[in-house]
Write a protein that binds this ligand. Structure first.
Ligand code: LLP
Length: 441
C-alpha cells in the first residue's frame, strides 16, 4: 500500500509523522536530540561514525513477544509457531535475541539456515521456503532436521525425495500454494498471483501432496501461502488462509492429514500511512486456523524488525542544481535500497530537533554518494534547512535495510549497533577495505 504512493510534500512532513508515530517508536526527541531508547543518536555517530544502523533491543523484544502471545492465544498453547523471516534482518545478535524469546525462523537459503542455527534456533522451529533450493541446501536442512521444507514445484519435490532417500531421512514437506489472490502492494513484492514465480496452484498442490504421501521418504505436513509483503489490508490474508484451511480439509478427508497452516508473512508497517497491528493480523488468520484444528505457523519479518531500526547518516554537502536542492548524505542506495527499488517512503528526521514552526522548510532530494541517478533516500522531502555535518536518521529501516546492502561503488557496508536502555554495543563492525578483496587472488 505504502510503496507506490509518492510522498505528500508539505511542511515538516516527517516531523508531523513522527509526532503521530512516536508513541509506537523507540526513536524520539528528548531535550532537543533524537534518541534511541535512552541513547542520543549523536553519541552513537561520534563513537561509531556513519553510516550506521541503530536498533532498539526493547522494541525488537516487544514486537516478538506480541506475536508470540497473540499467536498462542489464537490457537491455544503450543499450537502456534512464529518463524521470523530471517531475510528481513539476519544480524546474528538480533537473531539470537529473537530466538531466545521463542521465535523460530523462516529461512530461504543454506546461508540463512546457517545463521538461524548459529543463533541457537532449534531445528524443530525452522522452516525452509524459496523457489530455488539446491540439493546441497536440501541436504543441510534434512541433516539438521528442520520442521519442514516448503516445496514450490514438482521438480523440487523430486529433488527433496532424492536427497531424503540418499540420506536415509524422511523429509517433512509442506506445499507453498499460490492462491491467486491479489494484495495491494508494490508489484515487486507481490507474490500471490498465478503470474508470479511463487508456489503452485491448487490442483498442482493436491497432486504434490498425493505424491508426497505415496513416497516412502516424504511426509506431507502442512500448507503455506505468502501472498506478498508490506500489505496493510487484512482481507487478502484472510482470503488466503480460508483457501488453505479449505484445501487442508479436503486433503484430510482424502486420508492425507496435515498438521499446520502457514499463513506466511507480509504484514505491512506504517512507513507513511496506517497499518494494522500485529495482534489484529494474528487474530484474523489465527482464529480461522485454530478453529479448524490446525497448528498455526506465521512468518513475519518486517513487522518485527522494521520499526526497531534507523539508518543514521551524516550530511556531507548540499548543492542546488536546476530546480533542485540536494542534500548529499554519506549513506545511499548501497546502505538502504528500498527507496530506489520500490520508491519506498521512509520518514527522515534531523538528529538535532529543529525549532518548532521555524518556517524554513525546503523541498530537498536526499541523495547518497553512489554514481546512479536512482541513488536517493528521499525525493522532494520537506526538511528544515540542513547544513553539512548534520546528522539525519532514516526511520523504519530495520527490515530489508542492512540485509539488502551492497559494496557497489566500493562503498563499505555500514556498522550495526544495538541499543539497550542507556547503553549500546556494536553488533556488526563497519566493513574495512579488506572486505573488498575477500576471496580474490
Ligand atoms: N515468508 C516468505 C516466504 C517470504 O518470501 C517473505 C518475504 C516473508 C515471509 C516475510 O515477509 P514480511 O513479513 O517481511 O513482509 N525487500 C522487500 C521485501 C521482500 C519480501 C520478500 N519475502 C522490501 O524491502 O520491501
Amino acid at each position: 500500500m505504502n510503496h507506490p504512493q509518492p510522498p505528500a510534500p508539505g511542511p515538516s512532513n516527517d516531523l508531523l509523522t513522527i509526532a503521530l508515530l512516536s508513541i509506537d517508536s523507540p526513536f524520539f526527541y528528548r531535550a532537543g536530540e533524537l534518541t534511541c531508547e535512552d541513547v542520543p543518536l549523536a553519541i552513537i555517530a561520534a563513537a561509531v561514525d556513519t553510516p550506521v544502523y541503530v536498533y532498539s533491543r526493547a522494541d525488537l523484544l516487544r514486537r516478538a513477544r506480541a506475536f508470540l502471545e497473540t499467536a498462542g492465544a489464537a490457537t491455544g498453547p503450543g499450537r502456534a509457531l512464529v518463524c521470523y523471516a530471517v531475510k528481513a534482518n539476519g544480524n546474528p545478535a538480533i537473531l539470537r535475541l529473537l530466538g531466545e524469546v521463542g521465535l523460530g525462523a523462516d529461512v530461504t537459503s543454506g546461508g540463512e539456515l546457517f545463521l538461524a542455527r548459529h543463533a541457537g534456533i532449534e531445528p524443530g522451529r525452522i522452516i525452509f521456503s524459496g523457489v530455488g533450493k539446491r540439493a546441497e541446501e536440501i541436504a543441510e536442512a534434512l541433516t539438521v532436521g528442520i520442521r519442514a521444507l516448503h516445496v514450490e514445484s514438482e521438480m523440487e519435490l523430486a529433488a527433496v525425495a532424492a536427497v531424503a532417500e540418499r540420506l536415509g531421512r524422511v523429509a517433512p514437506v509442506g506445499v507453498r500454494v499460490n492462491p491467486n489472490i491479489s494484495a495491494t502492494t508494490h508489484p515487486y513484492i507481490s507474490t500471490g498471483l498465478h503470474g508470479h514465480k511463487f508456489g503452485v496452484p491448487r490442483e498442482r498442490a493436491i497432486a504434490i501432496l498425493r505424491a508426497a504421501a505415496a513416497h516412502p521418504w516424504l511426509r506431507p505436513v502442512g500448507l503455506a501461502a505468502h501472498i506478498g509483503s508490506q500489505i496493510t489490508d487484512l482481507d487478502p490474508f484472510v482470503q488466503a488462509v480460508r483457501f488453505l484451511v479449505e484445501l487442508a480439509g479436503e486433503m484430510g478427508r482424502e486420508g492425507i492429514p496435515l498438521a499446520y497452516i502457514d499463513a506466511g508473512g507480509g504484514l505491512g508497517i506504517d512507513y507513511q500511512g496506517a497499518a494494522p497491528g500485529a495482534a489484529d493480523w494474528v487474530r484474523a488468520v489465527g482464529a480461522l486456523v485454530g478453529a479448524a484444528g490446525y497448528e498455526l505457523i506465521i512468518e513475519p519479518g518486517r513487522s518485527i524488525v522494521g520499526r526497531a531500526g534507523a539508518l543514521l547518516t551524516r550530511v556531507v554537502y548540499t548543492k542546488e542544481q536546476g530546480q533542485k536542492r540536494f542534500v548529499i548524505a554519506d549513506a545511499g542506495m548501497t546502505d538502504l535500497i528500498r527507496p530506489t527499488l520500490y520508491q519506498a517512503y521512509h520518514p527522515i528526521l534531523p538528529v538535532v530537533e529543529p525549532p518548532k514552526a521555524a518556517g524554513d522548510d525546503e523541498l530537498v532530494d536526499i541523495v547518497g554518494p553512489i554514481c546512479e541517478t536512482s541513488d536517493f533516500l528521499a525525493r522532494d522531502r520537506a526538511l528544515p534547512s540542513i547544513a553539512p555535518g548534520e546528522l539525519l536518521a532514516v526511520l523504519h529501516a530495520g527490515a530489508y535495510g542492512y540485509a539488502m546492502s551492497s559494496n557497489y561503488n566500493g562503498h563499505l557496508r555500514p556498522a550495526e549497533v544495538l541499543v539497550e536502555g542507556d547503553t549500546f554495543r556494536v553488533i556488526r563492525r563497519r566493513q574495512t577495505y579488506d572486505a573488498l578483496l575477500w576471496g580474490t587472488e
